[in-house]
Design a binder for this molecule. Sequence first.
Ligand code: GLP
Length: 259
Amino acid sequence: MKVLIHETRETATGCAAALIADRLASEPDVVLGLATGGTMEAVYADLIARHRDSGISFARAQSFNLDEYIGLSPDHPCSYWTYMRDKFFDQVDFAPGHTHLPRGDAPDPEAEAARYEAAIVAAGDIGLQLLGLGANGHIGFNEPTSSLSSLTRIKTLTRSTRAANARYFASDDDVPRLAITMGIGTIMRAQDIVLLAFGEAKAKVVAQMIEGPVTAACPASILQMHRKVTVVLDEAAASALALRDYYELVHPRVVEPAS
Ligand code: GLP
């Protein structure tokens, strides 16, 4: 695991966007795995700016998002489809049909999950997977006790995850109870993984993920078993790491924005 500790969220965000931009430059038809959540919003804003100002192009790339709420159609204002269109897709140049999310309104969600998994396999699996981190250690919507070799399927959301995402909905009760999510096994097949976590509230779970035991109680801890993971943190999210000095010795603290 490469652990990069940045002084600020801004340089950390720039670092993640630069990793994606570099990958697009070296492999224009890369399959990107994309995430939602508050942390990712600034990453997408940065990529939009690079598309506008530096000409990075998604025209030959494809994307697969991690997850979608069951029961929400792609045009529902709280769906992840809407999040991705508003915050990213509508402002860059993916080719029509090259951006993928599960359909939350599919009549048979289990069949939809199997279709989505097969589509990822057919695309050759994910080249570069972007991940956020749930406060309970989830990646995608793989909640604690998820099988560490799971494939895309339906998961029941924990109370704490529904509460954390309630800000996107009119009321707490409106947050769906179920989601379709890429499995942990699906995510682990990605060639490269870039996980971002910011803020004091993530410090404890970041330490569990990087330095704790590999356990389904903290699904993100499975990333210790992946060959190419880059964890991008700000100082607050890194504050509970026991081996922080070591990570900073290997990769000195980053103070300048990434190019
Ligand atoms: C949701 C998403 C996750 C994301 C998490 C963290 O639960 N399904 O993929 O990592 O939120 O969100 P935030 O960045 O807002 O903390």
